[in-house]
Design a protein around this ligand. Structure first.
Ligand SMILES: Cc1cc2nc3c(=O)[nH]c(=O)nc-3n(C[C@H](O)[C@H](O)[C@H](O)COP(=O)(O)OP(=O)(O)OC[C@H]3O[C@@H](n4cnc5c(N)ncnc54)[C@H](O)[C@@H]3O)c2cc1C
Length: 289
């Protein structure tokens, strides 16, 4: 079933994002995490995709198992940077064959830290090219697209970025999942500006809990999200006084408060970047739904 139909027909929801473990020997532990988080009754679960196709097989194998063995509604992420039409078709055909009905259509970024340069794709330049391709050739596929409450790092302005988001939606995106942010005001402002531009599809906030100072510093350096100065100060103090456990406890409190605020403010649901962590996610979601 298309996720947008589920979003529009139901009450506020939680969805969960996982990344495929690189090493198949880690899969049993990964699926134990999924099994534990299943108790949160996610509306859908999404699985990331390594830009350039590096996780293509793993993403496919995992969404297949999430559907067939866990009876979850999976959404496979799919990036088009450096991809060929043949590769995209093969991935989408495989999804259709195993009954996965939803894709998050992304451009992706070449993995710069590894010094890898992907060939320029002549078939797809922006995510909107992928969206229109999927809508044309796989008309029944549900399509999510990415949105950036603080603007995409490459965008000339938030205004321009929103215009390109509108293009993705106009070309067939059913709903938007947002990039992480740590101050809900960025999200509400983004939703308001998107609505003013005529983007009417559901916009789902993405929340990433801070489980580690080092990891979050790396993530924000890549995606351009802002850690508010006061939160950063508190995290650094927690780190100095109580170390990793204290940082995680503060990160959980902050994410919990963000989620409660988003739900209270009328967000359709919340997409939780789980970082494949079960206990910490269960703790932060305790009693929310
Ligand atoms: C919810 C979510 C999940 C993600 N999952 C993954 C994942 O699984 N794997 C992964 O590799 N990455 C993932 N990403 C990261 C994403 O791939 C990067 O942020 C990437 O840089 C942009 O992807 P996009 O789909 O938003 O690109 P686009 O929508 O193509 O936008 C990219 C940039 O180009 C600009 N732009 C768009 N169209 C045009 C145009 N016609 N002319 C000029 N400029 C234009 C935009 O303003 C933006 O600055 C995810 C991001 C989010 C928010």
């Amino acid at each position: 079933m298309r996720i947008a139909e589920r979003i529009l027909s139901g009450k506020q929801f939680l969805s969960l994002e996982f990344f495929p473990p690189k090493n198949p020997s880690d899969w049993p532990a990964f699926f134990r995490v999924v099994d534990k988080l299943k108790e949160l009754q996610p509306l859908f679960v999404s699985v990331t995709y390594g830009a350039g196709g590096s996780t293509s097989e793993n993403t496919l194998a995992i969404v297949t198992r999430l559907k067939q063995e866990f009876s979850l509604e999976p959404m496979a992420h799919l990036t088009c940077v450096g991809a060929t039409e043949k590769g995209i078709v093969s991935f989408l055909d495989n999804l259709a064959a195993v009954g996965v009905d939803n894709v998050l259509a992304l451009r992706g970024d070449p993995p710069q830290d590894l010094g890898i340069v992907l060939p320029e794709s002549k078939d797809f330049v922006f995510a909107s090219d992928l969206v229109s391709f999927i809508r044309k050739h796989y008309p029944s596929m549900g399509i999510g697209v990415a949105g950036y409450p603080e603007g995409h790092p490459e965008a000339a302005s938030l205004e321009k970025d929103l215009q390109f988001l509108k293009r993705k939606v106009d070309q067939g995106g059913d709903f938007v999942v947002s990039q992480l942010f740590f101050d809900n005001d960025y999200f509400w402002d983004f939703v308001q500006r998107a609505r003013e531009l005529g983007i009417e599809k559901p916009i789902v906030p993405g929340v990433m809990p801070i489980f580690s100072l080092k990891i979050i510093q790396k993530v924000v350096s890549l995606c351009g999200a802002t850690v508010p100065a006061q939160l950063l100060r508190e995290l650094e103090e927690a780190d100095a006084q109580g170390g990793a456990d204290a940082v995680q406890a503060l990160g959980i409190r902050h994410a919990r408060s963000q989620i409660l605020g988003l739900l209270k403010g009328g967000a359709p649901g919340v997409h939780l970047y789980t970082l494949n962590r079960d206990d910490a996610c269960l703790e932060l979601m305790d009693g929310i739904f």
